[in-house]
Design a protein around this ligand. Structure first.
Ligand code: S3P
Length: 173
């Protein structure tokens, strides 16, 4: 059983994923982290030295390896569902969960720094806000194909857990 957490940068995929994995006694896999380990470079460096196309291909290869895992919560990168055949593969292999967060909240979270993100590097204020809205508008169509759309800014992991329960029961966990 695989649970894929999908959503924009700053939507809490890694944090929520770790909590969920702990509560379910599942493993946890973070696509960005696995990619960084494989490449021996940070995501920003991969973008800068090898380009986005290379990054997207590597991201898809990491996903392919994860498809063979069992009982794992997977934190995707913000763009994972929107490239190659990734969304279809994830939907076939497990439960997809969109952590939906309003753009204003994303902008607030992302302007606070945190992990380096090449797609919004050096942006702040209105420019960051507009960029997030534009990027999100182009990605919502992918994100919304998820089995579960979870308003994660308003609800906690207990609610997410109850939405997942039918899927877990169906799989016998
Ligand atoms: C990206 C999101 C990042 C990382 C890369 C590209 C994106 O992951 O994969 O910087 O395209 O939205 P997070 O969503 O974990 O920040």
């Amino acid at each position: 059983m695989l649970i894929f957490l999908i959503g924009f940068m700053g939507s809490g995929k890694s944090t929520t994923g770790r909590l969920l994995a702990r509560d379910l006694s599942f493993g946890f896999a973070d696509i960005d982290n696995l990619l960084e380990e494989r490449e021996g470079m940070a995501v920003t460096e991969i973008f800068a030295r090898k380009g986005e196309e290379y990054f997207r291909k590597a991201e898809s290869e990491i996903l392919d390896a994860i498809l063979g895992f069992e009982r794992t919560v997977v934190a995707c990168g913000g763009g994972t569902p929107c490239f190659h055949d990734n969304m279809r593969k994830m939907k076939e292999a497990g439960v997809t969960v969109y952590l939906k967060v309003p753009p204003d909240i994303l902008a607030r979270r992302l302007s606070g720094g945190g992990r380096a993100r090449p797609l919004i590097a050096g942006m702040k204020g209105a420019r960051l806000n507009n960029h997030i809205r534009r990027l999100l508008a182009g990605r919502e169509g992918w994100y919304r194909q998820s089995d579960i759309v979870f308003n994660s800014a308003e609800s906690g992991t207990a609610e997410l857990f109850s939405l997942l329960r039918p899927y877990l029961e169906q799989q016998g966990r």
